[in-house]
Design a protein around this ligand. Structure first.
Ligand SMILES: Cc1ncc(COP(=O)(O)O)c(C=O)c1O
Length: 397
């Protein structure tokens, strides 16, 4: 299994991790076994600080769905982050951190720091949420009727449908009221004696087409101004959603480029006293996690070295399916590389991590790793074939 090293487009300019980081991961694998999903909490804190620095007037609600690990939520809670939850179990993961606060303080915290940003909520969830009165999103009249009946004390945020052009994960076919219907929905809510406090949108996850944000802000500004004219009421919250891109490869423009545009448009289009929220998920956690797994089998198939590892598409690499994200598999070992196939451990051919990893010749027992795998990955891991999700290991807590 030898040959000239070949470069695949995406991997060619990616920085490889340092020797000391490799040693640390190898030591963790030795200590905990494999596969391990290593979460670096200092990276999460750095991402949060960077986001705050570049969008200083924005309140940051971490989208828990990206990675609902309790340790991550705790770290973000400790540094003052707010939270976007999509279900009652996610709400409770956040709630654990404030359970011991006095009643009044806890209620204030929920008002100020949680948004339930799933536009569709089961009736039982609305009933459970009503006592906490968090912000909740909606985008259609049936949902409004449900909220009127089961959570009349919630603060409402209307989600607008906005362009998701070119985003890695498209959301607008499922969510968001058409801008043409938005004001009528706001009026309908006020007519039901509900409180509409804000407007939200999501430009699609891993949004690298920054015009999506510009168009969304312009649509939101028009809806806000028409709603205020027609209802005579101020809507004070603008939630600019998630979508903030991660530098999975050097071609992705940095957050700084996006935020320059965002800050200029926010200033141009909205009153200075508007409260701005964002719901970053991926940006806060993706680059904080690394997966380490082990070669458990080896073959030569279709002219290629083929390695079977103990994590795969039904586990941490599930993001390759659900999130449309690609996680290059790299070796700890150095040497001349060959294009190789990497398969997961289950008895299903769909469990194919890649047909084109650049790997040196590996032996059974060798370790491999994938970086930037913190978002929408382990959260969709299954127990298929009886293999459990990777063990989570925390560093720099
Ligand atoms: C309502 C909502 N908010 C925030 C997010 C987080 O988005 P991202 O991870 O792209 O920042 C999502 C992701 O699907 C979402 O659906």
């Amino acid at each position: 299994m030898t040959g000239e090293p070949q470069k695949s487009g995406m991997e060619s300019d990616v920085q490889h991790i340092s020797k000391s980081k490799k040693r640390q991961l190898e030591n963790l694998a030795e200590e905990h076994g494999t596969p391990i999903f290593v979460i670096d909490h200092e990276k999460i804190r750095q991402n949060y600080r960077e986001f705050k620095k570049l969008l200083p007037h924005v309140q940051v609600y971490y989208a828990v769905k990206a990675n609902s690990d309790r340790g991550i939520v705790k770290t973000l809670h400790e540094i003052g982050c707010s939270f976007d939850v999509a279900s009652m179990p996610e709400f409770m993961i956040v709630y654990e951190n404030i359970r011991d606060l006095p009643d009044r303080e806890r209620q204030d915290w929920i008002w100020d720091k949680i948004i339930y940003a799933n536009t569709i909520k089961p009736i039982e969830t609305l009933q459970a949420l009503d006592q906490y009165k968090p912000l909740v999103t909606f985008d259609n009249i049936e949902e409004l009727r449900k909220i009127r009946k089961h959570a009349p004390n919630a603060g409402l945020v209307l989600r607008l449908r906005v362009p998701n052009t070119g985003s890695m994960v498209e959301l607008s076919s499922k969510f968001g009221a058409d801008p043409g219907e938005a004001v009528d929905l706001i009026i309908a809510a006020f007519d039901m004696d509900l409180a509409v406090e804000g407007l939200s949108f999501h430009v699609g996850s891993q949004c690298t087409n920054f015009d999506n944000y510009v168009q969304a802000l312009n649509l939101a500004a028009n809806v806000l101004s028409e709603a205020e004219t027609r209802t005579g009421k101020r809507i004070r919250i603008l939630d600019i959603g998630g979508g903030f891109p991660v530098k999975y490869h050097p071609g992705v423009l940095s957050l700084r480029v996006l935020t320059r545009k965002l800050n200029a448009e926010l200033k141009r289009l909205f009153e200075p006293d508007i409260q701005i929220l964002a719901e970053p998920g991926r940006f806060l956690v993706a680059n904080s996690c690394t997966l380490v797994s082990k070669v458990i089998g080896k073959a030569f198939r279709d002219g290629k070295p083929s390695y079977y590892i103990n994590d795969g598409i039904y586990h941490t690499y599930s993001g390759q399916i659900f999130d449309h994200c690609v996680y290059p598999v790299r070796a700890f070992k150095e040497g001349v590389t060959q294009i190789s196939a990497v398969f997961g451990p289950t008895c299903d051919a769909f469990d194919t991590v890649t047909m084109s990893a650049e790997l040196p010749e590996l032996e059974i027992g060798d370790l491999v790793y994938s970086e930037n795998i913190g978002a929408y990955s382990i959260v969709s891991s299954t127990y298929f074939n009886g293999f459990p999700p990777a063990k989570v290991v925390h560093i720099n807590r």
